[in-house]
Ligand binder design. Structure first.
Ligand SMILES: Nc1ncnc2c1ncn2[C@@H]1O[C@H](COP(=O)(O)OP(=O)(O)O)[C@@H](O)[C@H]1O
Ligand SMILES: [Mg+2]
Length: 253
């Protein structure tokens, strides 16, 4: 199957019915070259919800986030991605970013040679203004303290905070976090959890991918578990926390 997407003026035209949900993935299939990786993933998220996207190493979590952000690889060959009735599947990466989709990749991509504040103000140059510096510093007091420091001299936890703050400095609707707690001490994980709790009621919707499934589930409303590129479970975070068998089978915890 080689389904080419065409940008349509009317989102509903030719690509199926517009979903009522804030964000919707419908049967997405994505490939790296001939490697078939994301094998028909579907789920919905309501505005302001946090969804934990879980699964073993290699399950396809990063690939799913990259597909949503419309990066060049993996290639989305079929399926639909909708945000507020707009067809993300027909967008390029810069258009998805303009539509409010911001990916914080695992490596955080802090720009070296720029201070914390320069990293943030650079993000604000993007079309559609996001949070003002004052507002960011209110939620990220550690970044306020280090505003004049080179971004790459921050600790791992502070760099993660900066990467999240930089996403908020853009006009954001959907935050995609790829393993934000990786390599961080529990006390820093708790601080990032507190920040994510704080921003939740401000109308930002989040998909969090984490190996630390318990921490992600504590924060999340809903959970999707991937297994070899397919959805093995979709339900509430509570259901996963309460289901030892499910956790053992797919998350090895
Ligand atoms: N650039 C790539 N080219 C080919 N295969 C890839 C590439 N990146 C990831 N994969 C493969 O896709 C599968 C899913 O990877 P990934 O989405 O990174 O999983 P997860 O984030 O759940 O650990 C793995 O089998 C991985 O080897
Ligand atoms: Mg990954």
């Amino acid at each position: 199957m080689d389904n080419q997407f065409v940008a349509e003026e009317s989102p509903a035209a030719g690509v199926g019915e517009q979903p009522a949900e804030f964000f919707s993935l419908r049967d997405i299939h994505a490939y790296y070259g001939e490697s078939y990786i994301v094998q028909g993933v579907s789920f919905d998220i309501r505005k302001g919800e946090i969804l934990a996207l879980l699964g073993r190493n290699g399950a396809g979590k990063t690939s799913t986030l990259r597909t949503i952000a419309r990066l060049d690889n993996p290639v989305l060959r079929s399926g639909e991605i909708w945000i507020e009735g707009r067809p993300v599947h027909a967008m390029k990466a810069y258009e998805a970013a303009r539509a409010g989709i911001q990916l914080v990749p695992e490596d955080r991509r802090i720009i070296s040679g720029l201070t914390v504040e320069e990293n943030l103000t650079l993000a604000q140059v993007a079309p559609g203004k996001g949070w003002a510096l004052d507002r960011i510093y209110q939620h990220f007091p550690r970044l306020a303290e280090r505003r004049r420091q080179d971004g790459v001299t921050l600790s791992g936890g502070e760099q993660q905070m900066l990467a999240i703050a930089r996403a908020l400095a853009r006009d954001i609707k959907l935050l995609l976090l790829d393993e934000p707690y990786e390599g961080l001490a529990p006390v820093i994980v708790e601080e990032i959890e507190r920040i994510l709790h704080e921003i939740k009621p401000l109308g930002i919707t989040t998909i969090i991918v984490e190996q630390n499934a318990i921490a992600a589930l504590r924060l999340s409303d809903r959970a999707v578990i991937l297994d070899t590129g397919e959805v093995a479970f979709a339900g509430t975070a509570r259901e996963v926390l309460d289901n030892a068998e499910l956790r053992h089978e797919y998350l090895a915890i």
